[in-house]
Ligand binder design. Structure first.
Ligand SMILES: Cc1cc2nc3c(=O)[nH]c(=O)nc-3n(C[C@H](O)[C@H](O)[C@H](O)COP(=O)(O)O)c2cc1C
Length: 356
């Protein structure tokens, strides 16, 4: 099996371990809501539907990119994709790197997934440090096989440094992304982190240099920490240097809550910029989703918790997804908002949400 596939399988295993969750970085408890005891509507009037590229999606939720197109992850991909198609969630695939230089079978696997859920809105995925190697033609091939609605480029600087075989090559990434729209006008770009979040300064630079960015998925601290995942891998490989590096940086990152606030503030006042803010990184329930939206997020994503739910089978995953929707709807109702857009725009204006 190729190194990439082996690594992705190890990631699937280690990311479910408790010690890789950076719970102490999360700031969900700093965000509070004031209850509205008289919402003046019926619960049945609450809707989670959102507009997406001229269409309506049933929910503002997505499953964040995790699994790649290797044999060990096939059933996971299909399970997540089918569930997302049924419930109206966006579905992010994991890094498509293996397809770039992999066998034809890898490409066929994605095409099969696409066939199994023709209406599913998929988000493609590739690491920023692989852009130069992939080139425009490589990315075009990835887009042709999967037909994603959007394409996410993931930023994982810490992980690439800790990973013994990592490629921490980020020079030229901005320049490459500035050309995105010219080459792929029908596949808008999402820029995502992978659990370390964003600083205010980085976001200001990003929104300035990439005015046509579709979304920033903050993927902040509080959930799966890729320094820690690589630390476990390094330990299993008896690589003391990487294991120690991972230990030193085990609390590195900007919380999801903070990152959403930074993104919202970086975008405030940019009149013609419609970039969405996506919240992910340690989101595990619909109340945290409501907090994210009230702070300015348009959509909310789950990675590890969706994977953990699927472990118990497709029915368990569907029930878990339904519960996340019910939790968000309950928050909307008890705040007196009929939909997600109202919560995002009005909660701060009406001082329904607090942060300390
Ligand atoms: C098993 C696993 C594999 C992942 N692989 C990728 C990947 O290939 N590309 C990517 O952009 N993010 C990847 N991620 C990161 C997630 O998309 C997400 O940003 C991060 O895990 C934080 O979300 P969480 O706390 O809900 O897990 C992966 C996450 C998990 C759990």
């Amino acid at each position: 099996m190729k190194t990439f596939e082996n690594r992705k399988l190890a990631h699937l295993k280690y990311s479910l371990r408790e010690e890789v969750q950076s719970i102490e970085l999360s700031e969900w408890e700093s965000v509070g809501f004031f209850h509205n005891p008289l919402p003046e509507m019926n619960f049945s009037e609450v809707t989670l539907s959102t507009s997406f590229c001229g269409e309506i999606l049933a929910t503002p939720f997505f499953v964040s990119g995790m699994t790649a197109g290797h044999p060990g992850a096939n059933s996971i991909n299909l399970g997540l994709a089918k569930a997302c198609a049924t419930r109206g969630w966006l579905f992010g695939v994991g890094s498509q790197r293996g397809e770039l230089d992999g066998p034809r079978a890898t490409v066929d696997r994605w095409a099969k997934l696409r066939k199994s859920a023709p209406n599913l809105k998929i988000i493609g995925n590739l690491g920023a440090s692989q852009l130069a190697d992939a080139g425009i033609d490589g990315i075009r091939r990835l887009i042709e096989s999967l037909q994603p609605a959007l394409f996410a480029i993931h930023l994982n600087a810490l992980q690439e440094v800790i990973q013994p075989e990592g490629t921490p090559h980020f020079r030229g990434v901005f320049q490459f992304l500035e050309q995105w729209e010219k080459h792929f006008p029908k596949t808008p770009l999402v820029l995502k982190e992978t659990g370390c979040g964003f600083s205010q300064k980085s976001l200001e630079q990003i929104v300035k240099r990439l005015p046509n960015l579709f979304a920033i998925d903050v993927s902040g601290g509080g959930g799966t920490h890729w320094g820690r995942v690589e630390g476990l891998r390094a330990q299993s490989q008896k690589n003391r240097r990487s294991a120690q590096l991972a230990q030193t940086f085990s609390r590195w990152g900007v919380s999801t809550v903070r990152s959403i606030q930074f993104a919202d503030s970086a975008l405030a006042g940019l009149k013609n910029q419609s970039t969405e803010v996506w919240a992910s990184g340690g989101v595990s329930d619909g109340l945290q989703a409501a907090k994210s939206i009230a702070l300015g997020a348009h959509r909310v994503g789950f990675a590890k918790s969706a994977l953990a739910a699927l472990k118990s089978g497709p029915k368990a995953l569907d029930e878990w997804m339904e519960l996340k929707e019910l939790e968000l709807k309950t928050a909307l109702f008890c705040l007196g908002y009929k939909n997600v857009a109202d919560l995002r725009v009005m909660a701060r204006k009406n001082q329904d949400v607090t942060y300390d």
